[in-house]
Design a protein around this ligand. Structure first.
Ligand SMILES: Nc1ncnc2c1ncn2[C@@H]1O[C@H](COP(=O)(O)OP(=O)(O)OP(=O)(O)O)[C@@H](O)[C@H]1O
Ligand SMILES: [Mg+2]
Length: 273
């Protein structure tokens, strides 16, 4: 493999098990296998989707990919290096390089902090030097917001604007990978496309890797070029969105697609297929 063919982020045979509360006085605590042998990767500059029904393990995989949880077993690599056994310097690079955008911008900001204070936090927390004010102005510009936003509080923004601020906050440490877990599902349909277009533009302009987790097949088709379907803790199938949603090969993927594919119209009224 040449360096350009090595995934920037990768799980190999990752399992994640959670111990559940004891159901009887005696005996072992039951174990829930949330991820079973998950092989997943994304290349630099690639937009990859993860879809699957509720409880399939999407958020669990996300927590592994951002380093919030250590897998029970299996390998997790960033830039071809094991993250959990790497040295502190590499771990710090990993933490700066992988950033998240969450579903609900209202609950991901401290309502008592101005946007300026919220945007300063990752710079301080990750001990990033340089001109902080300049960096904040740069990212605000990248997400299409003016510097007048800085003095405001979260409640002064619409949901779509606040999700732009959340994207700005994720961009602050200059990440290589953006992981977005249902980034538009809490937003009004009329502004979902704007936020998705912003993500698409950022991926191109900054050569970001985007990992997008969603229930919504039209969203994933609009943004990503390769999609993994998760079913019951496993990756059932990976393909282009078109191939996967029109003609899934495995019966398990087919039954998922059939269960969610209700309309043939995507966002902005375009037909996706
Ligand atoms: N910390 C935990 N302790 C115990 N069980 C957990 C924990 N986190 C997740 N689970 C279980 O693991 C399974 C996968 O959950 P996960 O949140 O990853 O699903 P999901 O695909 O993100 O679902 P949704 O679409 O509803 O967000 C579920 O059965 C869930 O109950
Ligand atoms: Mg989830």
């Amino acid at each position: 493999m040449t360096p350009s063919q090595i995934p920037i982020i990768q799980t190999i045979g990752v399992c994640q098990e959670y111990k559940l509360p004891r159901t009887s006085l005696f005996g072992e605590r039951p174990v829930l296998a949330a991820l079973k042998n998950v092989d997943f990767y994304a290349m630099e500059g690639e937009s990859v989707g993860i879809v699957g029904e509720s409880g399939a393990g999407k958020s669990t995989l996300t927590r592994i990919l951002v380093g919030m949880e250590k897998p029970s077993s299996g390998s997790f690599k960033f830039k071809n290096q094991e993250v959990w056994s790497s040295d502190d310097e590499f771990k710090a690079e990993f933490r700066r390089s992988v950033q998240m955008v969450l579903q609900n911008p209202r609950s991901s900001f401290d309502p008592r902090m101005t946007i300026a204070q919220s945007l300063l936090q990752p710079l301080k927390g990750l001990k990033i030097g340089g001109d902080h004010q300049k960096r904040i102005h740069e990212v605000l510009d990248q997400v299409g917001l003016g510097v007048d936003s800085l003095k405001k509080y979260p409640y002064e923004f619409s949901g779509g604007q606040l999700q732009r601020v959340a994207i700005a906050r994720a961009l602050i440490p200059n990440p290589k990978i953006l992981i977005a877990d249902e980034p538009v599902s809490a937003l009004d349909v009329s502004i979902q496309a704007q936020v998705l277009n912003l993500l698409n533009d950022l991926v191109k302009d900054l050569n970001l890797t985007l990992i997008l987790i969603t229930h919504d097949l039209s969203v994933v088709s609009y943004v990503t070029t390769r999609v993994a379907i998760m079913v019951n803790g496993e990756i059932a199938e990976v393909d282009s969105p078109k191939a996967l949603f029109q003609n899934p090969k495995s019966t398990i993927a087919k039954s998922f697609v059939d269960s969610v594919l209700t309309v043939g119209k995507g966002i902005e009224g375009e037909s996706l297929f």
